[in-house]
Design a protein around this ligand. Structure first.
Ligand SMILES: [Zn+2]
Length: 582
């Protein structure tokens, strides 16, 4: 058995889906609220027989791999890796380079894990670190939850410890734990010295780096591991591995500025909180956030830098079609707010947010807009934000609101916005993201008709009423149904389709059963199949006519007379068929 089938055999679909959704038995299948769209009554059907979980409302799902890819937002290789690990199936990686890289990364991970263990141990034994934690009012549960550590006040304790554990000099450097001051200098210094250490995990929960806060007099308050094979600052968000679980229901992630803010929010029960570490928010960060959240709630420092960061976050999120809202707190940051009134912070984070643009309009409204220069400055702030809105409806909504704030007409403001947009030859954001339709995979009439033949194998003689499809899934399935031994029930096993189509066949079967197509009396089934054959033929012939007429035109333009004549004959045949079919 190959790896994929082995994993499939070991992990029943209902077991996997059950880890994410509450399943309810319904006949031979299970149903549940679909986790992929805003579902109000259970739309996700889970069929243990077919090994399929599929939502016909939003057309998402499939076998265990497709379901896992959709719910964890990973690609197939990653899904294969994760599910292999979960089921204990050993994957064979055949390329020697991949094996080498894998080995190298595994070594670096082990090196980080050992350093993490060392830092945690040091935290317990250092009086200085304990005093610092007390001063910052970091509760011991938080230290446990976030597995904080302490890097000792020494130039090479960590380095020496890792060497003793068998890690090489180059591994320690590549793991981002050492600093080589000069390229030719032999000596390696510890990157983290006399610092409280925050382990940083990627969204899958693998340890990739550390962030360190000095507890002494160091000029650099915060430092991070350097980027390396495992870590890239612009791709990782602190605490995302925990926050993504907490955001599953609400689809909201709170974005704060620092490690202590994350701890503070967590302390008051807001587990859906993340922070950037060692860099400003990037486009890749937003793409990552978008996998888990529809709304990003900004809870940034209440100063000029925080305000700029909020604007940047809004522009990046708007580009990806992610909603942005803001909470305002009276204190400098969430950490301070937690210390002064935890209950208030909890409430603010839970439901005190307002859409970012509402907040901006409120701020603008609070200034004196009487003079023209004041209006000019306010517009300079507002227009890029309005321009970034992904849909015309939202723009119109805020143009109307802003016109009231500026005590002007909507038309005048719309004109300014239009002028601004045209001035920006390279617009800050594209509007595509939010309006692009979801790429659906609805079944064609042809496919549905073939699905009916799967449900009523005895009616296969009617297959001759169907014009054979020429390519793709339909052609494959048509061939398989035609080839299936007569008088035998058509099962997935007896059906000779290419393995790559099996999942789609199963979804098609499930679709037909789901819609009750399998419960017809024979006379009704005959009528329905005939009707569907007719519809499928009609669609196919229309398509064929279109295709042929454009090819005839092409041949004509290129002066290929022979081709043109041949195509025209084909066209007439199709036309004759079409007339017969009507
Ligand atoms: Zn759905």
């Amino acid at each position: 058995m190959d790896e994929v089938s082995e994993i499939r055999a070991r992990l029943p679909i209902e077991e996997l889906v059950g880890q994410y959704c509450q399943l309810k038995k319904k006949g031979r299948t299970f149903v549940t609220l679909c986790p992929f769209h805003n579902d109000t009554h259970p739309s996700l059907t889970v069929s243990p027989d077919k090994g399929i979980a599929y939502c016909f409302a939003c057309r998402t799902g499939g076998d265990i791999f497709s379901f896992y890819q959709a719910i964890e937002k990973v690609d197939f290789p990653q899904a294969l890796k994760d599910l292999a690990e979960r089921t204990g199936v050993e994957l064979q990686d055949r390329s020697p380079k991949a094996t080498l890289e894998k080995d190298e990364k595994a070594r670096l991970r082990a090196c980080l894990t050992e350093a993490h263990r060392f830092f945690q141990e040091q935290l317990h034994s250092s009086q200085q670190a304990q005093d610092y934690l007390k001063k910052r009012q970091i509760a011991s549960e938080l230290i446990e939850t976030f597995t904080l550590g302490y890097a000792p006040d020494s130039f090479s304790d960590t380095y020496q410890h890792l060497l003793k554990q068998g890690f090489s000099r180059s591994e320690i450097l590549a793991a981002g734990l050492g600093v080589q001051k000069e390229i030719r200098e032999e000596r390696i210094y510890d990157r983290f010295r006399n610092r409280l250490v925050f382990p940083i995990f990627d969204q899958r929960g693998d340890l990739v780096a550390f962030g360190g806060r000095t507890i002494g007099e160091d000029d650099a308050k915060y430092i991070n591991s350097s980027d390396g094979p495992l870590y890239s600052k612009s791709l990782v968000l602190f605490n995302l591995q925990r926050a993504k679980e907490a955001a599953r229901e609400s689809k909201r992630l709170i974005l704060v500025e620092g490690y202590f803010d994350v701890l503070a929010c967590h302390r008051v029960g807001a587990a859906n909180v993340v922070a950037v570490s060692g860099t400003a928010l990037t486009e890749q960060h937003v793409k990552l956030l978008k996998r888990y959240a529809e709304t990003v709630v900004l809870c940034l420092d209440q100063d000029r830098a925080g305000r700029d960061a909020a604007e940047r976050a809004f522009l990046l999120c708007a580009k990806e079609g992610v909603q942005v809202s803001c909470v305002t707190i009276e204190e400098k940051d969430p950490d301070e707010a937690m210390k002064s009134d935890p209950e208030k912070l909890r409430k603010t984070l839970e439901s005190g947010d307002v859409p970012y643009l509402d907040l901006v309009l409120r701020e603008i409204g609070a200034t004196d807009l009487a003079s023209a220069p004041a209006k000019h400055d306010a517009l300079r702030r507002l227009l890029p934000l309005l321009d970034a809105l992904p849909t015309a409806v939202e723009r119109q909504h805020y143009v109307a609101r802003a016109a009231a704030v500026f005590a002007t007409t909507e038309a005048a403001l719309a004109q300014d916005l239009d002028y601004f947009t045209r001035q920006n030859i390279a617009p800050v954001v594209s509007r595509e993201a939010a309006v692009r339709p979801k790429n659906g995979d609805v079944f064609t009439s042809m496919e549905l008709t073939l699905g009916l033949f799967l449900l009523y194998p005895k009616l296969r003689p009617l297959l001759k009423e169907l014009i054979p499809p020429e390519e793709g899934f339909a052609a494959e399935l048509y061939g398989a149904i035609k080839e299936a031994p007569e008088d035998a029930a058509v099962t997935m096993e007896s059906l000779a389709v290419d393995p790559k189509w099996k999942e789609r066949v199963a979804i098609l079967q499930l679709y037909c059963e789901h819609h009750g197509f399998g419960e017809w009396a024979e006379t009704l089934a005959v009528r329905e199949i005939r009707k569907n054959c007719f519809q499928a033929n009609k669609e196919m012939l229309t398509l064929k006519q279109k295709e042929l007429s454009s090819r005839i035109l092409e041949a004509h333009r290129a002066g290929k007379t022979l081709d043109e004549a041949q195509l025209t004959t084909q066209y007439q045949q199709v036309l004759k068929l079409a007339r017969m079919a009507m």
